[in-house]
Design a protein around this ligand. Structure first.
Ligand code: NDP
Length: 279
């Protein structure tokens, strides 16, 4: 089976659960803005179903796909061709064609770098505290490494997971903080990144002690869609803080570029996300 020129090709976001994803809205908005007939769908797929999906993807001449929990790591067992970022982060969020071969990419790394772009100098020269040790935190560590960070501290609710993550980045070798060290305010921190899922739910507290926000800090939260307690604590102290919307848009825009070979209309993507969130 081959796609017919001018009639568009299918793309998917895969995961489980997947019903709350914003990806179809933002990618389809960019396809419409570019007057392309590709269509992007959400599909509930678990790890055991990945081989069947990849077979169908090839038969249907799919243009690309995104992967979310719980498939970001599992997909590497089925697609060998991967970028350096995927190999380091050990997770992929994008599937695309390159020279006739399927390839895995991790565009969260690019999205994170864009999110913190205003503070690259501080990241290179001063101390960064990264909170979390899940998939998002791994992408952040790779991004911090690529930006040129040298002084990174890592805290996670489960300290052992932070220690394991630190070992995976020997060139950065982030110092792992205990709960006590976090509570007493780690000295010299300039940029604080929340890559935990604390803040996803309304009413969640900030993972960073609010009384430890100082006048020399910037707060970066990967969570988007609401002003989290983390972001609010920085702003109420008169400090700069940003949520994760720009990362969401930039990781999607980078994936779109890999599929289409052009730059998407970011305004259309942002408008689609805003429209979805207001419904
Ligand atoms: P994971 O499930 O892989 O990791 C979750 C992390 O949050 C772990 O470090 C976990 O700690 C920590 N955590 C969970 N609950 C709590 C709690 N009550 N208190 C403190 N820490 C907690 O998720 P991801 O890493 O994939 O995603 C993390 C967040 O990043 C999500 O909210 C997601 O929405 C956001 N994200 C945003 C993106 C964007 O484009 N803006 C892109 C990717 C992610 P422990 O190890 O102890 O369980």
């Amino acid at each position: 089976m081959n796609a017919v020129d001018g009639y568009g090709r299918p793309l998917w976001v895969l995961g489980s659960p997947i019903s709350h994803t914003l990806s179809p809205a933002l990618h389809n908005a960019a396809f419409e803005a570019a007057q392309l007939d590709h269509r992007y769908f959400a599909l509930e797929v678990d790890s055991g179903e990945l081989p069947a999906f990849l077979d169908a993807f090839r038969r249907l001449d799919g243009l690309g796909a995104n992967l979310t929990l719980p498939l970001k790591e599992a997909v590497r067992d089925h697609v060998e061709n991967e970028s350096e970022a995927v190999a380091t982060v050990k997770a992929a969020n994008t599937l695309h064609w390159e020279d006739g071969e399927l390839r895995l990419e991790n565009t969260d790394v690019y999205g994170f770098k864009q999110l913190v772009e205003p503070w690259w100098d501080r990241i290179r020269e001063e101390r960064v505290l990264l909170m979390g040790a899940g998939g998002a935190a791994r992408a952040c560590l790779q991004g911090l490494k690529e930006i040129g960070a040298e002084d990174v501290s890592l805290w996670n609710r489960t300290t052992r997971k932070a220690e394991r993550l630190s070992e995976q980045f020997p060139s950065l070798s982030p110092e792992v903080l205990t709960d006590e060290e976090l509570e007493s305010g780690p000295p010299g921190v300039s940029v604080v990144v929340n890559a935990t899922s604390l803040g996803l739910e309304e009413g969640d507290p900030s993972p960073f002690p609010e009384d430890r926000v100082t006048s020399s800090m910037v707060g970066v939260d990967l969570i988007y869609g609401r002003e989290t307690a983390f972001v609010r604590a920085f702003r109420e102290n008169g400090q700069e803080a940003v949520g994760g919307l720009r990362m969401l848009i930039d990781q999607a825009a980078r994936a779109w570029e890999l599929w289409v070979g052009e730059t998407p209309d970011r305004d259309a993507m942002e408008a689609a996300v805003a429209a979805e969130r207001s419904t």
